[in-house]
Design a protein around this ligand. Sequence first.
Ligand SMILES: C[S@@+](CC[C@H](N)C(=O)[O-])C[C@H]1O[C@@H](n2cnc3c(N)ncnc32)[C@H](O)[C@@H]1O
Length: 250
Amino acid sequence: MSSHDRDLAQAFDKQAPRFERAPAQTDPAALARLVAFAAFSPGASVLDAGCGPGLVAEAFLEAGHAVHGVDLSEEMVRRARARCGRFGGRARFERGSVLELAAGSFDAALSRFVLHHVPDPEAFVAAQVSRVRSGGAVLLCDHTTDPAPAAAAWHQELERGRDRTHTRNLTAGELVDLLGRAGLERLAATEEPFDLDFDEWFDRGSPNLPKEEVRRRVLGGSARGFAPVLRADGGVTLRCWRALIRGVKP
Ligand SMILES: C[S@@+](CC[C@H](N)C(=O)[O-])C[C@H]1O[C@@H](n2cnc3c(N)ncnc32)[C@H](O)[C@@H]1O
């Protein structure tokens, strides 16, 4: 395991309890839209790359699919197994890297909110595409950044200040191109707004910078995908965008 992956595993072992309850991750309407947009074939076998505590897996299992989840974090895998135990043999979870998975063939693959943690997005997507059968679908969901480089750089500094495992958010266009470069066809994309509460977001991170400094810097700028709003109660809402991109393996 690389030192980045070891650090990720440790950070997410610690973050797991808060992550599993976070409003942006648990929102049932957003999970339902993810399942609908994926449009996987009925009863598909699905690779969930970076499955976390199994929130996404659970939504796809409820929709009738079989899910194989993989995650670097032992605690995340433990939670995913507990959450999805009621689905019996349709739900399987293993600890490890998506990049080191044994060969296998799935009808579909997906990842949600993982790409901005990986050092090599192309390798991460390629690992999923290589394990999907011809005609199968790959779904990528992640929060996005501003196409303007200066705004994206400001956003990235704050994400890294709040979480040392953060690598880079891509723009919605870069996410589409990533799946195109991976050889996928019939690309479809949509984006959805979502809000984060600054305190809730910061407190479940693995910070590099003090909270007060990040808050001050957040209020000093704005980016598409990360726009702060100071509320009347003194709290800060971050207005964000997430993209859902789907492609088919020829
Ligand atoms: C922000 S969480 C998202 C969890 C889940 N996909 C969700 O949306 O609820 C990111 C997860 O990706 C995992 N992860 C990151 N890189 C990975 C890799 N190369 N292989 C397996 N898991 C990875 C982390 O351990 C972490 O649990």
